[in-house]
Ligand binder design. Sequence first.
Ligand SMILES: *[C@@H]1O[C@H](CO)[C@@H](O)[C@H](O)[C@H]1NC(C)=O
Ligand SMILES: *[C@@H]1O[C@H](CO)[C@@H](O)[C@H](O)[C@H]1NC(C)=O
Length: 301
Amino acid sequence: MAMGKLASVFILFATCCCRSLAVELTSNNKHPVVNEFQSVVLSCNIKSISTPDPRIEWKKFRGGETTFVYFQGKISGALENRAELTETTSILIHNTTRTDSAIYRCEVSAHEDVKKLDELSIELTVQVKPVVPRCSVPQSVPVGKSASLTCVETEGFPLSTYHWYRNNEPLPANPNSSPKFINSSYTADPKDGTLKFSEVKKVDAGEYYCVARNPAGTARCGPQLMEVYDINIAGIVGGVLVVLTVLVLIAVGISCAYKRGYFVSKQQTGKNYKPAGKGDAVDHARPDEEGDFRHKSSFVI
Ligand SMILES: *[C@@H]1O[C@H](CO)[C@@H](O)[C@H](O)[C@H]1NC(C)=O
Ligand SMILES: *[C@@H]1O[C@H](CO)[C@@H](O)[C@H](O)[C@H]1NC(C)=O
């Protein structure tokens, strides 16, 4: 019994002793998430260390590239002028940008013995608000035809999801889920932003806009009107008939006028007019009219 106790005390002492020679790091948050332009702390704290003068380095890993963030007592690289060491070993970034998203590694060693080292990695995610999406809405669609509305933006991180509105009302993902939209034939894809109608109906007409959304914010495009019209065969036939009727009436009118001698009397007026002011008549007449006029005149003479 006594021997066993002694052994366990010894083991405890050995562990304490050897631990205290090394460095041990902890972090409050190994996966910080922040919105672009906000500040963030990359938390790395020394739990125990044998030396009062630790050697601290920070590295950044992004897109297969490794760069120094803190080295030989200085912030360097992309974070220069934008970050500072805080609470001895943590890093405070003041104005994050989207390219700060990366894995950062905090490495701390006892100065006199670099082998007594601990390190930990922090994965920073900088979220980016969506920008105004590009939306396309057909201006007018005939009843019964298909129609496709699209909405996309490429700045947001994480990737945006898309939500369509008609006359300021959100369209449910499934039209059958709401009595208000039950007669619509659309399918909405929140991931790629399309809103597809297999068969447009009169009730689908309205002002449409789309909202791009991610955890950092939202952005919407301006509303655009989609009109829905009937292809009315009877109406088209009727319209053609009206036009034909009008043409026939005009033709009849012209031939009547001709028979009654309206055109002949006009020519006579021209002939009578000629001697009154020959010079003036030539000045005002266009060349072809003049030729025509002379020809007729000589024929009459
Ligand atoms: C933050 O950085 C952006 C560019 O990344 C700059 O336009 C903006 O002025 C900065 N804001 C502050 C408060 O420094
Ligand atoms: C849907 O269509 C049915 C049958 O045409 C009609 O009775 C009903 O009022 C319509 N509902 C809406 C919300 O338009």
